[in-house]
Design a protein around this ligand. Structure first.
Ligand code: ATP
Ligand code: MG
Length: 397
């Protein structure tokens, strides 16, 4: 066990930090020169504090801090960056409580690290070892760009799975501000995810079910808040708790997300077994999808099974599937064509898989569905061992 793990710092900064901390008798310092390996290194070193230096962009540093906070909530994070109000605002949301400028005086640096050490010690003395649990398939549908087709895919996947596994599928709308899963399924929810936040009371596997809205196909939905303002009440940590509770009760949990990789989406990805990455056919979509994959690697979101979907794949004005594949560096698993029936079905609130079985779009969607459940049986149900945070599969495909 070390006291401090330093990452994304050059030699000069490491020397300054070491010199500043000498007087505080903090000498057990290790380095991880590669920020992508920090989460794994933390598993081995179990430091009290991780300091992220300026060798990576502020945004990447804050995302990394958020990932550390979620995977190692008992470790304090110090950000070595210019403490502007914009950086503070984002850092606080990621759980960072200490920011110190790389060129701060040795005394300011020492004070900051001493406070963080104290927080780390307190957190680690209070922390309880996680109990290994079993969980079912948690499938997050993401895309860096808006309008890519996440809601089309998540709602149809949920309907298709519910037809094969009645009462065993739940869809969560984690597009907290403008989620439209309710509209796409023609649901009028009494309760939404915002109602699961009750100050001073923690929800459990029984009480969470009271907030679900039933769909006629025996699918259940946890809809997005009715007002975008209510989204502020829901922390990423609360989102993860909701997902984990539902994953204990349902064989399939499908998560629709907002565009991009916000804190809620990252929290959802961390507790997912599968990621469906949706890309359009334009250059910007393909490039953003590539960046998203790089971010997954940087943040240690690597054990989830990835599924690549190209939507509107027959578009004459965009990139071909092979262009997109070479930009992404991977092959596309599912190609969904464009069709007027898609906006019509979404506007009517009747998913394509509920009403149209034989169109090219529904065939692609069934192909996607078959990756998770074939002939009514589970495909490769994974089991999460939370003590190691790793996923394994019962039946490797
Ligand atoms: N294959 C398709 N053919 C025709 N229209 C499509 C197709 N896929 C999606 N659309 C239309 O594009 C719009 C966006 O789709 P959808 O809402 O599923 O995307 P999204 O990624 O969830 O968007 P947001 O980021 O805003 O949540 C909708 O009007 C939908 O009907
Ligand atoms: Mg959507």
């Amino acid at each position: 066990m070390s006291e401090l793990l330093l990452t994304a710092c050059d030699i000069e900064l490491i020397t300054r930090v070491r010199a500043a901390l000498e007087a505080a008798a903090i000498r057990d310092i290790v380095r991880s020169d590669d920020p992508t390996g920090v989460l794994d290194r933390m598993d081995a070193e179990r430091p009290l504090v991780v300091a992220i230096g300026p060798a990576i962009e502020d945004e990447a540093a804050i995302s990394l801090a958020g990932a550390i906070e979620r995977r190692h909530p008992d470790v304090a994070v110090v950000l070595l960056a210019q403490p502007t109000s914009a950086v503070w605002e984002q850092a606080l949301r990621a759980g960072i409580r200490e920011i110190v400028a790389p060129d701060a005086s040795p005394e300011a640096m020492r004070n900051s690290f001493e406070r963080a050490m104290e927080v780390g010690r307190r957190r680690q003395s209070n922390s309880v070892a996680p109990t290994p649990t079993r969980s079912n398939r948690v499938i997050a549908v993401v895309s860096p760009k808006g309008g890519a087709g996440k809601t089309l895919i998540s709602t149809n996947l949920a309907i298709g799975l519910a037809q094969r596994h009645p009462h065993d599928v739940v869809i969560i709308d984690l597009d907290l501000q403008f989620g439209d899963v309710g509209n796409a399924l023609r649901l009028v929810p009494d309760s939404t995810i915002a109602d699961t936040v009750v100050p001073g009371i923690s929800i459990d596997t029984t009480s969470i079910k009271a907030f679900l809205t039933p769909h006629p196909t025996d699918l259940l939905a946890l809809c997005a808040p009715k007002s975008p303002a209510d989204a502020d009440e829901i922390s990423p940590k609360h989102g993860s708790q909701v997902i984990e509770l539902l994953a204990h009760e349902f064989t399939y949990v499908i998560i629709d997300t907002s565009a991009g990789l916000d804190e809620w989406t990252l929290a959802a990805l961390e507790c997912s077994t599968d990621i469906i990455l949706v890309s359009g056919t334009d250059v910007a979509s393909a490039r953003s999808a590539r960046k998203a994959l790089d971010a997954f690697d940087l943040l240690g979101i690597t054990s989830q099974q990835r599924h690549f979907v190209q939507n509107r794949a027959d578009s004459k004005v965009g990139l071909s599937a092979s262009d997109i594949e070479s930009t992404l560096g991977t092959t596309m698993d599912i190609l969904i064509p464009s069709s007027r029936s898609v906006p019509i079905s979404m506007n009517q609130g009747v998913p394509i898989l509920e009403s149209q079985k034989r169109t090219p779009v529904s065939k692609s969607l069934v192909e996607l569905l078959d990756r998770f459940s074939t002939n009514g049986s589970h495909a490769a149900t994974p089991v999460q061992d939370r003590s190691t945070k790793s996923w394994r599969r019962r039946d490797p495909r």
